[in-house]
Design a protein around this ligand. Structure first.
Ligand code: ADP
Length: 181
């Protein structure tokens, strides 16, 4: 089972991806978390992406795709996975198609939350890239580069939307239901 979680910053997809992956017994693969791990452990890649993330920009596709390609080759990914935050550009969609085929994803789950709630959540979270200026830019970049993916996957008939507002547990149940679980 290969699932993609997609949604604007603050939609809660990371939290839900971790919980749902746990329930389904498949790995949760978050490119954002992988990058944050590189930053916190001070790798060369971490030093490279730190300022990009703090500016709310996307890491260049070639870097992100290579990191993801290696991750999908890990043995635990053989049973399937939840992808969280990748792909988020059309170039990354093409790269993923190349890796797992155009019919490689079973479901694309889109988290919908209104923008006011999103900003509130992000400001209360306090991550390094959750300052007001960065948040504004991340929304803009999401609208420009990631929102178009909803049509790309919509045309493939694999998109399901989930209302991301509510208690964490409630949203998890909603998500599992949307996945037919
Ligand atoms: P959010 O969904 O709240 O933006 P993430 O943890 O998914 O949080 O991502 C944090 C940051 O990591 C992004 O703003 C971006 O800088 C970088 N990043 C994560 N995934 C990707 C990706 N697929 N392509 C490019 N940059 C990425």
């Amino acid at each position: 089972m290969r699932i993609l979680f997609i949604g604007p910053p603050g939609a809660g997809k990371g939290t839900q991806a971790a919980r749902v992956a746990d329930r389904l017994g498949i790995p949760h693969i978050s490119t954002g978390e992988m990058f944050r791990h590189h930053v916190s452990t001070g790798t060369e890649l971490g030093r490279l992406v730190d300022s990009i993330m703090k500016a709310g920009e996307y890491v260049p596709d070639e870097i992100t795709v290579e990191m993801l390609r290696e991750r999908l080759n890990e043995p635990d990914a053989g049973v399937g996975y939840i992808l969280d935050g990748f792909p988020r550009t059309e170039g990354q969609v093409a790269a993923l198609d190349g890796l797992i085929g155009e019919d490689g994803l079973d479901t694309v789950l889109v988290f919908e939350v209104d923008e006011e709630a999103l900003e509130e959540r992000l400001l209360s979270r306090g991550r390094a890239d959750d300052t007001e200026d960065t948040i504004r830019n991340r929304f803009k970049v999401y609208q420009e580069q990631t929102a178009p993916l909803l049509d790309v996957y919509g045309n493939r008939g694999i998109v399901v939307t989930v209302d991301g507002l509510g208690e964490i547990e409630e949203v998890t149940e909603r998500t599992l239901k949307a996945l037919g679980r």
